[in-house]
Design a protein around this ligand. Structure first.
Ligand code: GLN
Length: 534
């Protein structure tokens, strides 16, 4: 077996340059050449995982098959590569320190003073190599969160330096993502910030091998040469990364710039076969040449920050392309939605999606959106809290259970149609204690869900505490809301549908997390199709 190769991706000059997309695009190109690749992300913050973070901080929390609550970049990795990731793919400073401190309490360090170097860096290196040591991958791409020069990323840069030294020159490399700003007053692209950020890396003992340069204008040969000379990289290792209309064009752009070839040469890997990107190209063509258009209202309370609903947006892009349809998703703030303005705010939409979420803020607006979709027979898709809202609305307005609610929002409600399970009631810690990760679900034959999936047994990922309360099952079903998806081992209701409605589906799980370019999610597909017919 060949030795696993390590590629590190660091960022310079500013944050938000799109390290995740560059890492995912490179991984896609290498995968399309037949290499087994995975991507991992190391985040310098002290939270043990992003599960306890408000979506306004770093956007949505992405959940893996094995129930890890991770950074949203893992979503990009899965959407691009079409291979699931796991807990090992996302590590934070909090998790690293947690392990080291637990070890110290157990006496593992035999009385030594526990320090950042070597104890923290050793733990970071151990985690950097877990997937590499599994023998499943040819190439591990490691994205280091934050910007070079940040105090908190220092231990990661040092661990990377040591790992490169240990693995050897042709087994590891560093790609530095940087910004080349354009000064319109001077009419020039500026290389100095990049030179400085490479200098910062050099001060830490790391020489980048490749510069990927984010830029609004093309980099001419002269600038590329200047960057190569002053940053000490090969001429062909200065890669231009222009702003693209969609993130899905980036792998093609990186292919044109020959990023994959530069990487393979540096790592002494064969580049005989050209990458097979036929499916990707077909998807891109459909995405860029839609024949139809449909507008969907996404009702949620984190609408100021589009990253809060990242995976839902991407799932619409995948399902849209497969239906040759441009899905225009418009965010509707649930706090501003009322019975009085619903018909005006929701007019013209061919589908209504009520988003996942936590807590009471904006809940009544979500219930208004469900009611509007139910009564006006507009295709409806409720995800997690959105599904719970559809049950609450139905219980209140159809079954007649006055003020029915979820005990999350109203712990004294007479009718807790959504409630905590007994096991959850005993839990007091917030971190990592929800129902997380993938669970099986059996579908009812003939339901919208089973028609969309084309099968009767599925598995989907969860992230919630509250559940459909079994006590109300019969009453609710009798009134016309069917439970069409059930967890086979617990009997919990996972999907609800309204019989007398063109397409009304609420799911307790998060289907958006499993939608990829190559496998658009069947329920998003079904919803878009229903919206096209509406
Ligand atoms: N707040 C709800 C729960 O915990 C729904 C969570 C969600 O939408 N992800 O059950």
């Amino acid at each position: 077996m060949n030795k696993t190769k390590y590629i590190f991706v660091t960022g310079g000059v500013t944050s938000s340059l799109g390290k995740g997309i560059i890492a995912a695009s490179l991984a896609k190109l290498l995968q399309a050449r037949g290499y087994k690749v995975t991507i991992q992300k190391f985040d310098p913050y002290i939270n043990v995982d992003p599960g306890t973070l408000n979506p306004y901080e770093h956007g949505e929390c992405y959940v893996t098959e094995d129930g890890a609550e991770t950074d949203l970049d893992l979503g990009h990795y899965e959407r691009f590569l079409n291979v699931p990731s796991s807990q090992a793919n996302n590590v934070t400073t909090g998790r690293v320190y947690q392990t080291v401190i637990e070890n110290e309490r157990k006496g593992v360090y035999l009385g030594k003073t526990v320090q950042v170097i070597p104890h923290i860096t050793d733990e970071i290196k151990r985690r950097m190599k877990i997937l590499g040591n599994s023998g499943e991958y040819d190439i591990i791409i490691t994205e280091i969160g934050g910007t070079v020069g940040d105090i908190e990323s220092l231990p990661y840069i040092e661990s990377m330096r040591q790992l490169i030294w240990e693995e050897g020159n042709s087994n590891s490399m560093v790609i530095h993502l940087t910004l080349i700003p354009y000064l319109s007053a001077a009419g020039e692209l500026k290389t100095k910030p990049t030179q400085h950020s490479v200098k910062s890396l050099l001060e830490l003992g790391v020489q980048p091998d490749v510069l990927v340069c984010r830029t609004e204008k093309p980099l001419n040969a002269e600038i590329k040469l200047k960057l190569a000379l002053f940053c000490n990289v090969e001429n062909n290792a200065v890669i231009e990364a222009r702003d693209m209309a969609t993130i899905y064009e980036v792998p093609m752009a990186m292919l044109k710039e020959k990023l994959d070839k530069v990487v393979l040469t540096k790592l002494k890997l064969k580049s005989t076969t050209e990458p097979n990107l036929d499916n990707w190209a077909k998807f891109l063509f459909k995405l860029e040449h839609p024949k139809f258009e449909v507008s969907i209202a996404l009702v949620g309370k984190y609408v100021e920050l589009p990253d809060a609903y990242k995976s839902i947006n991407e799932a619409f892009i995948h399902a849209g392309a497969s239906n040759e349809c441009e899905v225009k998703v418009k965010y509707i703030h649930s706090e501003l939605l009322t019975e009085d303005n619903a018909s005006q705010k929701l007019a013209g939409f061919k589908g209504i999606l009520v988003a996942p979420g936590f807590g009471n803020r904006g809940i009544e607006g979500k219930l208004v959106a469900v009611k509007y979709a139910r009564e006006n027979k507009i295709p409806f898709f409720g995800i997690c809290l959105g599904m719970q809202c559809s049950v609450i609305e139905f219980a209140r307005n159809v079954v007649g259970l006055k003020n029915a609610h979820s005990s999350e929002m109203d712990s004294d409600t007479t009718y807790a149609v959504i409630d905590l399970m007994e096991e959850q009631k005993k839990i007091s810690n917030y971190g990592g204690t929800m129902r997380l990760g993938s669970y099986q679900c059996d579908l009812t034959k003939g339901s919208h869900a089973s028609k969309a999936y084309g099968k009767l047994h599925i598995s989907e990922r969860h992230r919630h505490r509250y559940e459909f309360n079994d006590i109300y099952k019969e009453q609710i079903q009798k009134a016309g809301m069917n439970i069409t998806g059930v967890n086979p081992s617990t009997g919990l209701a996972e999907i609800v549908e309204i019989q007398d409605h063109p397409w009304f589906v609420g799911v307790q799980f998060h289907p958006e997390l499993k939608s990829t370019v190559e496998n658009p999610h069947p329920l998003f597909d079904g919803f878009v199709q229903a919206a096209l017919k509406a």
